[in-house]
Design a protein around this ligand. Structure first.
Ligand SMILES: NC(=O)c1ccc[n+]([C@@H]2O[C@H](COP(=O)([O-])OP(=O)(O)OC[C@H]3O[C@@H](n4cnc5c(N)ncnc54)[C@H](OP(=O)(O)O)[C@@H]3O)[C@@H](O)[C@H]2O)c1
Length: 261
């Protein structure tokens, strides 16, 4: 595929944390021009160190600058950090791709000023790095699709935004399967029940079984667990002795709460 046109876009990544950095590194691996990517973060020395280790220092920008210069804006801050960024005042047609759990298209449109918003929730950063990410997408845009193809995402399009709640918990399954055996009756029951509401869940869950690492599972879980996020809510349910199904429902609840932040 010829990506020449796609590569002309100036991509701005607001929030170069685990997901943001995995995206940038995959884009570079695929030949995306370094000079056409900018990033921001919130001043953490650990994040800076990672940015430096990956030779991304020259991409560092500010949120104020990035919203002026980007033709594709990627939002990968924690959902709780989105509102405090304030209003973006983007042109109406500027493509905004949000990786944030919870935050709805309507909220993103209001805060950014863009009417051209696509939401995507992938499995974690390691799966992006390994070209194995499974994702759900809400919002139709050809350039976004080209970008997702470039990133090797295996994604389903969701026609109703409410269903992104199920995608949000599906994205957590590789981490959850580090704690719960996917072959267990508990998992089979949970997947069956959720698939009654969202039939695509069964297929996504099956794919997520293959994304569980063989080793260093605790490190893997911590990399995919955004503080205060959906994975953490599900894990809290399991730690509190709830069934997997009830814990997944807690994840859905958390995703809804995040949308009200
Ligand atoms: N992790 C996953 O597996 C996963 C899967 C699907 C979707 N998501 C979604 O992806 C998003 C990012 O998750 P993550 O795990 O990558 O989180 P993360 O590692 O905590 O990264 C978030 C980044 O946002 C930065 N940030 C916070 N406030 C900012 C601001 N005002 N301006 C610029 N940058 C700011 C943080 O900067 P500092 O580092 O300086 O604090 C951090 O680098 C979340 O919305 C989450 O719902 C995550």
């Amino acid at each position: 595929m010829n990506n020449e046109k796609l590569f002309e876009n100036k991509i701005g990544v607001i929030g170069a944390g685990h997901i943001g950095r995995a995206l940038i590194l995959k884009l570079l691996e695929k030949g995306y021009p370094y000079d056409n990517i900018q990033l921001t973060y919130n001043g953490s020395i650990f994040t800076f160190s990672d940015i430096s280790d990956n030779n991304l220092i020259d991409m560092i920008s500010s949120n104020a600058e990035i919203v002026k210069t980007s033709s594709i804006l990627i939002l990968s801050v924690p959902p709780q950090s989105f509102k405090p960024i304030g209003f973006f005042d983007l042109p109406k047609d500027l493509l905004v791709i949000s990786f944030m759990a919870g935050i709805t298209t309507e909220t993103i449109k209001k805060q950014t000023g863009s009417d051209n918003v696509v939401r995507i929730i992938p499995t974690g950063p390691d799966t992006i790095t390994n070209s194995q990410a499974v994702a759900g997408v809400y919002g139709d845009n050809e350039v976004a699709k080209e970008l997702f193809d470039l990133l090797d995402f295996d994604y389903v399009m969701v026609d109703d935004e409410d269903k992104m709640d199920y995608i949000a918990i599906a994205g957590c399954l590789p981490a959850i399967y580090c704690k719960v055996d996917p072959e267990s009756d508990e998992n089979i029951e949970a997947v069956n029940k959720i698939s009654e509401e969202f039939p695509e869940f069964r297929d996504i869950a099956k794919k997520c079984e293959k994304l569980v690492p063989e080793e260093n599972r605790d490190e893997f879980v911590s990399r995919v667990t955004t503080p205060g996020g959906v994975t953490q809510a599900i894990l809290n349910g399991l730690i509190g002795g709830k069934s997997l199904y009830d814990s997944l429902l807690m994840g859905i609840e958390r995703n809804k709460e995040l949308s009200n932040n």
